[in-house]
Ligand binder design. Structure first.
Ligand code: ADP
Ligand code: MG
Length: 346
């Protein structure tokens, strides 16, 4: 372990969320138009009497968030848009515009960028979002992508991380862990190609996992379904960091605890199959994998029947009192404490 230097705090000591808290604590909004500043999936700004404007920004860095050796440019463009608009969707709002800024290294060609932008265009058309600006500069440290997204919602429909109430149901869309297993598959292929591993690359039967990692779709369809059923969740977050971390974010913002039932976490067949093949626990993939871009939301108990009409929603647990903490309940009845980042501890 590196020796601690006096007067210097390492970022690892605070963690990502601790760092953001420390840096942003001194900033108190000075404008009445700032309805919600730092701390949710997107900032909420006064639009008109009944309407709020939502703003979020996200970066993707080569070597940290993606690897160009196996990420097709078209898919990367598509995924960048998904990452950007998912935070707007997580506020129960409709994304309407994005700006896209790039830091471009010399290994990137115009043809590569055209392909990247065709993915951006495809995602924008699909999500009915306008590209309205950006910035282009050079980078010596690999490709840098930044997407800012702007959306709109009726003020009374905006859903924060902070509204979960005791006994609320915890619901999620889709299934979890697939993107993480898609990434594991691509990493394995990369090792094979570089001659480090001996096994042959095996993509057949796992196309769904690759799609979930390379071309995830933001769940803007859910915002429409919720509106059609006149359901307004009490809290919501997009599952970008992994279920464990994102449950903890809801608990922290809402001042509550949670119980998640392991056997209720939806995991696709392909996710379990590849996890078994690669000796990975599929539940760990779902809890800590991240990048699922599904939505997790809470609803009062009495909405149970109405949420069933939405389809593709699973109730995986419920909200508890703050002093009980956030736990994963295993089928044999033992409780595992969830940790905000990383692995659950017994
Ligand atoms: P998400 O994973 O949903 O994109 P993050 O975990 O990145 O959200 O950020 C949590 C909150 O902190 C958001 O409200 C975000 O706008 C804010 N935030 C993150 N980094 C910074 C920063 N460097 N300065 C100010 N606010 C930040
Ligand atoms: Mg988010």
């Amino acid at each position: 372990m590196a020796e601690k230097i006096k007067g210097r705090t390492e970022i690892a000591e605070l963690g990502e969320f601790g760092l953001i808290d420390t840096l942003t604590a001194p900033f108190k909004p000075s404008h009445k138009s700032t309805i919600k500043a730092v701390g949710d999936d997107a900032a909420v700004i006064e639009g008109s009497r009944d309407v709020a404007i939502l703003v979020s920004t996200d970066s993707m860095l080569e070597g940290i968030d993606f690897d160009l050796t196996y990420f097709p440019p078209k898919h990367l463009g598509y995924k960048a848009v998904t990452k950007g608009i998912s935070d707007i969707v997580a506020m129960n709002a409709t994304p309407e515009q994005i700006t896209l800024s790039l830091g471009i290294s010399s290994k990137i060609s115009v043809e590569w960028l055209r392909d990247f932008y065709s993915g951006v265009e495809f995602a924008c058309r699909e999500a009915e979002v306008d590209l309205v600006g950006g910035d282009t500069s050079a980078s010596v440290t690999g490709l840098i992508i930044n997407i800012s997204a702007i959306g709109r919602a009726k003020k009374r429909d905006v859903v924060y991380r902070s509204g979960a109430k005791l006994n609320d149901l915890i619901c999620i869309t889709g299934n979890l862990g697939a993107a993480y297993m898609g990434l594991q598959l691509l990493e394995r292929e990369k090792r094979v190609l570089s001659g480090i591993a001996e096994q042959q690359p095996q993509f057949e039967g796992y196309e769904y996992l690759l799609e979930r990692y390379l071309k995830p779709r933001a769940r803007y369809d859910i915002v429409k379904s919720l509106a059609a059923e006149k359901i307004v969740p009490t809290s919501m977050i997009d599952l970008s960091d992994g279920l464990a971390s994102d449950v903890m974010q809801i608990c922290k913002a809402s001042g509550c605890g949670a119980r998640i039932y392991l056997e209720r976490i939806p995991i696709a067949k392909q996710t379990s199959a590849l996890a078994e093949e690669m000796h990975i626990d599929p539940v760990v993939a779902a809890l800590n994998g991240g990048e699922d871009y599904q939505l997790m939301f809470t609803l009062p108990l009495e909405a149970r029947e109405r949420v069933a009409t939405l389809g593709c929603i699973d109730i995986i647990g419920h909200i508890t009192a703050p002093e009980t903490g956030a736990y994963l309940v295993t089928p044999d009845g033992s409780d595992i404490k969830l940790k905000a980042q990383g692995f659950p501890e017994p």
